[in-house]
Design a protein around this ligand. Structure first.
Ligand SMILES: [Zn+2]
Length: 284
């Protein structure tokens, strides 16, 4: 197995095992192992289920990094992602979040941590992030995919250790190797938990027979997994409901104010071609 890939698998499973960090097929991880090769989680794969290199796709990160700025539309971006795949005869696709993995450091972890989202889904979040983590970067909400990749590339440097909070979405850790990326992810989680001792824990065993009702969209996966009853009843649907329920209760408990994604974004997310592919995988 390529250098460091077994460490990446271990860290990915650590992330994926915790509903508090990733719900359903969400979240993704990557590692640049050789000259131009980057292993990235395949779209629709559950991080918790990764056992070997099969759940990852090798892509050419140098090609992505040099051509991302030429992409104008999501179609251009999808075509570039497909062209960057370094194996043939493969029906799997790289995650739509591959773009920002390509422009960051050697190992990148992206989670939909409920602890990060406790800040990133609130009106007060940006100020709280900068006071708790002065070195962190705050990225205002944009649609996952090309728009998010471009926004991140404007705000960050390459090959640097970085903590990036994505408003109404989650967190990205960029580090030189999987162990230090995981350590940074855990350290951020600890700091947020220490700042809010009134929030005791996240109940991973809590179950839902139907979706949770919120006043709006808290994060992108909610638009997908709570759009249809058949998706709400999948593992991803239940876990998304658990995350929503936690945020509704916890944000109120510590006196913060929830902020929502604009309602018009719901249709954008539901219509994205790559999301349709993921819905199909989840539904199978
Ligand atoms: Zn994400």
């Amino acid at each position: 197995m390529d250098d460091g890939l077994s460490e990446l698998i271990e860290v990915s499973r650590n992330l994926g095992r915790r509903v508090a960090y990733v719900q359903g097929g969400g979240g993704n991880t990557s590692l640049k192992t050789a000259d131009s090769k980057m292993f990235i989680k395949a779209s629709g794969t559950f991080l918790a289920d990764l056992k070997d290199a099969a759940g990852f796709l090798p892509v050419d990160w140098r090609m992505l990094r040099s051509q991302l700025n030429d992409c104008i539309s999501e179609q251009d971006y999808s075509a570039l992602l497909a062209a960057s795949v370094m194996v043939s005869n493969n029906s799997a696709r790289p995650s739509i979040e591959t773009g920002f993995h390509a422009i960051l450091d050697k190992c990148v972890l992206h989670s939909h941590s409920i602890w990060a989202n406790l800040l990133s889904c609130t009106v007060e979040g940006e100020n709280l992030v900068y006071s708790l983590f002065p070195q962190a970067i705050w990225v205002p909400y944009v649609t996952p995919g090309l728009a998010l990749t471009k926004k991140i590339s404007k705000k960050t440097g390459v090959n640097k250790k970085q903590i990036i909070f994505l408003q109404n979405h989650g967190i990205i850790i960029s580090a030189p190797d999987p162990e230090s990326a995981w350590a940074m992810h855990e350290s951020v989680t600890r700091s947020i938990r220490n700042a809010y001792p009134a929030i005791t824990d996240f109940d991973e065993t809590q179950n839902f027979t139907s979706g949770i009702t919120t006043d709006g969209l808290l994060f992108p996966d909610q638009a997908i997994y709570h759009s249809k009853p058949e998706l709400s009843k999948t593992r991803a649907g239940y876990e998304t409901a658990q995350a929503c329920s936690f945020l509704l209760k916890s944000v109120a408990k510590v006196g913060l104010t929830l902020c929502y994604i604009e309602d018009s974004e719901r249709d954008v997310l539901l219509n994205m071609e790559s999301e349709k592919f993921r819905q199909k995988l989840v539904g199978e």
